[in-house]
Design a protein around this ligand. Structure first.
Ligand code: GCU
Length: 693
């Protein structure tokens, strides 16, 4: 049967190498206690020995030491004395791993570093005890690695308990109140620490009446979650409504420049910190899709964000102010309005006006978490603003955790994108807060880091689809080190989730899971909306194909297909002028269909069906070919997975088989909708004569 809760990337077996050794933990404090608890448990399980300070010259295989002030914890650590003195640039979250004689030694710069170091040792398994273990310093590239839960407290009539949630109910809330499954929250905190995530927000960015009260009357429920997550180094944030002074405080206005409003936020925020001293801060979706905001009062987004930032600053909190602002009541007849332009048009003029504890949270693309979008131009347009990039681990537009779609490669591409061309910084460097080299003046100071919408729920496998766990793991790992290779992350995840020491044929598991997942994002792209044009989904739930689903809607997401061609003209020469929002070279690369990358062609250009791509294929033939190929690949995934029957846990195997079944059906549906639609529009037959309906 199914497990009550699947251990995901922390099955007991993953602790075998560590747990069968003599391990000394040195340091004090709540996070060190967590490390001690893990080590003690692992050693009792696998026959090792957990040693506690004070240390008496016993032989030891592993030392996990926090930088120490008092006497040296073990002979092996003597070699590290100089580094211990200086900290060696480890920071609070970093650690050094090395071999001294027969001992593996981990020296952490701070308590969180010890925790991350522990899980790193777990990841390494036996390799952590290899005499040839290379000495390496580890430090997160990004200090802020956060998940946004779109969990509602009260069940929303349309969106349910979790907005865009595909893994059952919330792990925090149920039917209007806290779920109080603290063991589950603890297990979650542990998983988060083990992939490097250090912050979450606990409620949906669309803040309803019940959810608004988390800030005041229901603060105790938030404090309870914070208490459980604290030992795992995870800070709790809250989504708040901008109208809180009105709906909670009974004030006549929420105007950010009103004195009473300012003092209401100051007092309320102080009360939050009295209950939750390490509270992270607020997440705000303002003036977006019907949420209240400063524009109502004729004030700017900067006025709005600064209001909350001012209340949080003395207490050490930040405001994540979302840049997802656009007109969702657009007239589809109006070809000049372009939703892609909206975030830049709203925010770029405000660069430099935000307080230093405001983090402007920008979706990776200009539209909305599509399978393929260009990188948002906002990222290059606000050098004086602290920016975070927002990803979507929950697979709203990428198969809703019924389809296998490993998103590591998509995120890696975004993080490695260089908005100013080859010589410039990457997106990862921008959100890390690295200043630009050369004459351009940029702010100096910490970056806003990386945020993603979470994908877990109360499902026994956490994510509905067991393989979707890899997306959560990969997000954490990429936030820690944006240069990691997604295939290597998958290797880590496979070995943790299906430990080789507990598997009959580990090579087969590795090979099969890679074959299914490595390219699954591109496979998903092949059988869904073509060449970057996006959407073509059923309105509302966003699952499954409906080519014209949003074509005559107010949402601003159109493909403009007619009998001659398809795509959105976003050029400055003849279109919406969106390409103008990019710095050189991209403003020119995207402007011309000659240089625009194939995969984004229809995002930027409206072209005839016989337009020839760089690949040599025409647009129409590309549509047919990729849709046939995509379905064949999904069918192959299904067959591959059957090779693992009897090799891995049968319940997990069956769950994935069920989902793959659905993925095959859904992919065929996509193929036939899209191919038939374009065949009927264009009248151009498939050059290879395959069946189109
Ligand atoms: C998408 C999603 C909404 C969500 C919104 C947001 O549009 O469909 O459910 O509220 O993004 O990011 O705020």
């Amino acid at each position: 049967g199914e497990p009550s809760v699947h251990p995901a990337w922390l099955p007991s077996e993953a602790f075998r190498a560590l747990g069968s050794r003599r391990v000394l933990v040195h340091g004090d404090g709540p996070l060190v206690d967590t490390v001690e608890t893990e080590v003690t448990w692992a050693c009792s399980r696998f026959g090792g020995q957990a040693l506690v300070a004070p240390y008496r010259d016993e032989p030891v295989d592993l030392v996990l030491a926090l930088r120490w002030a008092g006497p040296l914890p073990a002979p092996a650590t003597r070699a590290l004395a100089p580094l211990n003195e200086t900290g060696g640039g480890l920071g609070d979250e970093g650690f050094l791993l090395t071999r001294v004689g027969d001992t593996t030694v981990l020296l952490a710069g701070g308590p969180a570093g010890l925790l991350y170091g522990l899980y790193h040792v777990v990841r390494l398994g036996e390799a952590a005890f290899d005499p040839g273990l290379p000495t390496r310093r580890h430090r997160p590239a990004l200090r802020r690695r956060m998940l946004d839960h779109w969990d509602n407290v009260a069940v929303h009539p349309l969106m349910g308990q979790v907005e865009r949630g595909y893994a059952g109910g919330s792990i925090f809330w149920r039917n209007g109140g806290p779920r109080r499954d603290l063991a589950r929250i603890r297990a979650y905190g542990r998983l988060l620490a083990a992939c490097g995530i250090n912050a979450i927000s606990v409620n949906n960015v669309n803040v309803g009446g019940t959810e608004a009260r988390l800030l005041t009357e229901r603060l105790g429920d938030v404090a309870e979650i914070a208490d459980v997550l604290r030992p795992f180094g995870v800070r709790v944030h809250l989504s708040v409504t901008f109208a809180a002074p009105v709906v909670l405080g009974g004030l006549p206005t929420a105007d950010p420049l009103d004195e009473k409003v300012r003092s209401w936020w100051a007092t309320t925020t102080r009360q939050v910190y009295e209950r939750i001293p390490d509270f992270g801060g607020y997440v705000v979706k303002a003036d977006s899709e019907g949420q209240p905001g400063p524009l109502t009062y004729g004030r700017s987004h900067a006025d709005g964000a600064n209001l909350l930032a001012e209340a949080l600053a003395p207490l050490g909190g930040v405001v994540h102010w979302r840049a997802f602002v656009y007109n969702h009541r657009q007239d589809w007849r109006d070809r000049r309005t372009d939703r892609a332009r909206a975030a830049y048009d709203h925010f770029a003029p405000l660069d430099g006006e935000f307080r230093t504890n405001v983090i402007l949270q920008v979706k990776y693309g200009p539209i909305d978490f599509q399978t393929r979008e260009p990188v948002s131009p906002v990222i290059a347009a606000m050098p004086a603003t602290r920016l975070a990039v927002e990803m979507q681990v929950t697979q709203e537009y990428t198969g809703q955790q019924r389809h296998v779609c490993y998103l590591g490669p998509l995120w890696r591409e975004i993080l490695g994108f260089r908005p100013w061309g080859e010589e410039g910084r990457t997106v990862a460097a921008v959100v890390a807060g690295e200043p630009a080299q050369g004459p351009t003046r940029t702010r100096s100071g910490p970056g806003g880091g990386l945020v993603a919408v979470a994908n877990v729920g109360d499902d026994p496998y956490w994510c509905g689809h067991p393989l979707a766990q890899a997306n959560l793991y990969a997000f954490g790992r990429l936030a820690w080190d944006p240069e990691l290779d997604p295939a290597a992350i998958l290797d880590e995840w496979i070995d943790l989730t299906f430990p080789p020491t507990a598997t009959e044929d580990p090579a087969l598991v590795r090979e099969t899971v890679h074959a299914i997942m490595d390219d699954s994002w591109r496979t998903y792209e092949r059988y869904t909306a073509p060449l970057g044009v996006g959407f073509m989904v059923n309105p509302g739930n966003h699952y499954g194909p409906q080519v014209d689903g949003y074509e005559y809607s107010p949402w601003g997401t159109y493909h403009f297909a007619d009998r001659d061609g398809v795509g959105v003209d976003r050029t400055r020469a003849t279109g919406t002028g969106y390409t103008d929002q990019y710095p050189w070279p991209w403003r020119d690369v995207y402007e011309s269909p000659e240089t625009c990358p194939d995969e984004l062609l229809l995002f930027f250009h409206h072209v005839p069906y016989d337009h020839v791509l760089h690949s040599g294929s025409t647009v129409i033939q590309h549509i047919y070919d990729t849709h046939f190929a995509g379905v064949e690949q999904v069918e192959a995934m299904f067959r591959r997975w059957q090779l693992l029957a009897g090799v891995i846990d049968p319940a997990l195997h069956e769950r994935v088989t069920d989902r793959l079944d659905e993925q095959v059906l859904s992919a065929r549906e996509w193929r036939d909708h899209v191919n038939t639609y374009f065949f009927r529009k264009s009248g151009v037959p498939d050059a290879r004569g395959r069946r189109i309906h």
